[in-house]
Design a binder for this molecule. Structure first.
Ligand code: GDP
Ligand code: MG
Length: 174
């Protein structure tokens, strides 16, 4: 890629949240621009890359997804190592996943860099019967000083904006 000489900065971002909330679908949606249901075995435990072009520089993301270890409600230290940003995902049709999302934020506070930029994503807004309203999620995020986004990996709503917003907040260094 030629970005006409714009500087490029590499940054690691991690996805957290309970199994089934849509972390893998969100990372594939953002990195590849598609919705895929048949990925689990192929990219588990690895990362995808994606360039986010801003006005005067490029953020080269390394997007870390889990390989199912989130089932144990905690991830290895190396997962968080050098991560500059994190997205904690829940499923808006599952109140339980929203409660667990708060535990994942605590896990970040314990294991990640104190400077890490945390955003919360309420995924699957394309579905009916939401158990977690925007008001509930925003009230929690306001209290914690976090940014909240409602998204759908399936219908491609809001996903690009999350990563663009985060990219704008990252330091211009690698
Ligand atoms: P992960 O365990 O957090 O990585 O979740 P996956 O990405 O594997 O997704 C779990 C399930 O939720 C799969 O059946 C996906 O098809 C489904 N899913 C993911 N994102 C969405 C979404 O935005 N809308 C709907 N309706 N289903 C989704
Ligand atoms: Mg997954």
């Amino acid at each position: 890629n030629n970005y006409s000489g714009k500087p490029v900065f590499n940054h690691k971002i991690v996805l957290l949240g309970d199994m089934g909330v849509g972390k893998t679908c969100l990372s594939i949606r953002y990195a590849y621009g598609k919705f895929s249901n048949t990925h689990e075995a192929t990219i588990g435990g690895c990362f995808l890359t994606k360039d986010e072009e801003l006005d005067d520089h490029i953020v080269k993301y390394e997007i870390w997804d889990t390989a199912g270890q989130e089932r144990y409600h905690s991830l290895a230290q190396m997962y968080y190592k050098n991560a500059i940003a994190a997205c904690v995902v829940f499923d808006v049709t599952s109140k339980e996943s929203f409660e667990k999302c708060q535990r994942w934020v605590e896990e970040l506070n314990q294991k990640a860099s104190p400077e890490i930029i945390i955003s919360i994503m309420g995924n699957k807004i394309d579905l009916e019967s939401h158990q977690v309203t925007r008001e509930m999620a925003e009230s929690y995020c306001k209290e914690m000083g976090l940014q909240y986004y409602e998204v759908s990996a399936k219908q491609n709503q809001g996903v690009d904006k999350v990563f663009k917003d985060i990219a704008k907040r990252l330091p211009q260094e690698s």
